[in-house]
Write a protein that binds this ligand. Sequence first.
Ligand SMILES: NC(=O)c1ccc[n+]([C@@H]2O[C@H](COP(=O)([O-])OP(=O)(O)OC[C@H]3O[C@@H](n4cnc5c(N)ncnc54)[C@H](OP(=O)(O)O)[C@@H]3O)[C@@H](O)[C@H]2O)c1
Length: 429
Amino acid sequence: MHIAVVGLSHRTAPVEVREKLSISELQIGDSFNSLKEKEQVIEVSILSTCNRLEIYSLVKEPDTGVSEIREFLKDHSGLSEEVLFPHLFSFIQEEAVAHLMRVSSGLDSLVLGEGQILSQVKKMVRLGQENKATGPILNRLLTQAVSTGKRVRSETNLGSGAVSISSAAVELAQLKLGQSLGKDQLVTLESERVAVVGAGRMSRLLIQHLQAKGCSTLTLVNRSLDRAQSLASDFSTVQINCLLLDSLDSCLLNSSLVFTSTAAENPIIDAERLKKISLQNSLRLIDIGVPRNISADVKHLKNVQSHDVDDLQEVVSRNQEARQKLALQAEELIKEEGRLFLEWWESLEAVPTINSLRSSMEGIRKEELQKALSRMGPDFSARERKVVEALSKGIINKILHTPVTKLRAPQARTDRIDSLRKIENLFDL
Ligand SMILES: NC(=O)c1ccc[n+]([C@@H]2O[C@H](COP(=O)([O-])OP(=O)(O)OC[C@H]3O[C@@H](n4cnc5c(N)ncnc54)[C@H](OP(=O)(O)O)[C@@H]3O)[C@@H](O)[C@H]2O)c1
């Protein structure tokens, strides 16, 4: 059995490919069913975020297991092998474990150390269990990945500071506005007419960062008004005008800077829509949705500057240098956690032999106890019988304790196998 991860991320694929692979919560049950049907797959879990889709699995054979998952991804995306496969990566065993630990710690994120990924890994644990797709090995690995992510954030400063895709989006707006004014620096957004489309988690973070960058009034557009109003009510120092999605056109006409972060499956703003409303002023659109909320065709319109999640790289690389140093500290913790998981897993190899040794000893103990008790006859009280039984159990446990601990302890695989075969041979297991 081997642990394998197959997938793609912002490092290996542009957003137009990533969005074809994203798996929504509605599709997740069917995806798990297809993966569980694969011949090679023993356990499986899915990590689907705006920047990555990764399938972690326990497979019988690494090469055929990876091929089966690549086939699943091809079928799910509807992309051809030629288009999709060059963007896919795969790692096996130690490398797969280390990759997951790096992902959950935010080291593989576009914004180094961002916090959302940890909740997305937690969600992966929950979805795998709810869909009965994970078992003892992946559950242990994923749980350890979550605790590694927490450990990295508490033992290094990587997670400190406001780092998220949303903060990068606000910084990109500041940078682009500065560049349009001939300055290569972040400028305040005070003079912008700002709108946010979507009222979920990312929009909340967007508003927090907008507030911090001088924005005191904005329009919040959402499919359902109550969610927008409830979000707005949490910001007492920003004046937020809430609108339904039906009013998006008038909002676009009246805004200079629009952020989109909805979970819509298809674009909600495209060139046709913008042409129809006869936009007069210049409009900057920043889309952090994946799949994208803004169609790529708006880039060709006069007066419109549009940026998607991949364009955040520009601001992110400006801030990375200091964080890279912190990332090095995190790599040490990740190595340690990866090693602990693999030691645990390797120690499982001893379990069948330990179980048969225990049951062989238990058989002997019961047989000998029975003989002894029948020799004692009826005069032997119930209390005395209990004492003798406890004594027999105590002796067996004491005898087994040291060899069992040694068999499970970290050691070279060949040494463990050698000890297991000797025990099986000596005790005729
Ligand atoms: N979570 C992250 O870490 C993260 C990071 C970067 C980017 N993103 C991307 O940002 C987007 C939003 O993520 P989130 O975590 O904020 O999601 P969320 O908390 O689930 O909120 C989803 C939002 O999208 C709206 N929505 C859903 N389906 C819609 C549709 N068909 N048409 C119009 N609006 C629709 C919802 O409106 P209602 O309130 O009416 O349901 C809600 O406002 C996603 O594309 C995600 O991939 C997420």
